[in-house]
Design a protein around this ligand. Structure first.
Ligand code: 4NP
Length: 160
């Protein structure tokens, strides 16, 4: 059984594509390709069709992580396509909980950093869009720690 994960931020051009690419990179490293499917989306629609932010691409490239794809908006029907809907910050989580059509869908929504044992409760992936380059390096570090935790969780919870 495949486990399906969608990472969700606001614009789907900075944080969630970085989370998706980092997770895919770990999945390849752990030979779990095919067992875990990852995608990303935004709660907002302003950047639909846009490629990831160049600053996010550059920060990840230094680690050998390829941030790619085109932005899309997370829609209500997407809840049926994923087992985990992973929010980057609390506003994203609130927006997703409002969009969720039922209790089953609400139960899929979780904060990304909740999988990082070293992060405080309710920790967020900060929005780097209006900041400098170092914000993107910071996001990448956060994503790597959280993605490692998420992968551990998926291994423990599902037979992979
Ligand atoms: P993201 O970053 O949610 O990590 O993709 C943002 C991208 C664009 C905007 C805000 C955040 N924006 O306001 O256009």
């Amino acid at each position: 059984m495949k486990v399906r994960v969608c990472f969700v931020c606001l614009g789907n051009i900075c944080r969630s594509p970085t989370a998706e690419a980092t997770m895919r990179w770990l999945i390849e490293e752990e030979s779990l390709v095919g067992a875990i499917v990852v995608e990303s989306a935004g709660t907002g629609g302003w950047h639909v069709g846009d490629p990831p932010d160049l600053r996010a691409r550059a920060a990840a490239k230094d680690r050998g992580i390829d941030v790619r794809g085109r932005a899309r908006q997370f829609l209500e029907r997407d809840f049926g396509r994923f087992d985990y809907v992973v929010a980057m910050d609390r506003a994203n989580r609130e927006d997703l909980l409002r969009l969720a059509p039922n209790e089953d869908a609400r139960g899929k929504v979780v904060l990304f950093r909740s999988f990082d044992d070293d992060a405080p409760p309710n920790a967020e992936v900060p929005d780097p869009y209006y900041g400098g380059e170092d914000g993107f390096a910071h996001v990448l570090e956060i994503c790597e720690a959280a993605a490692r935790g998420l992968l551990r969780h998926l291994r423990d919870r599902h037979v992979l």
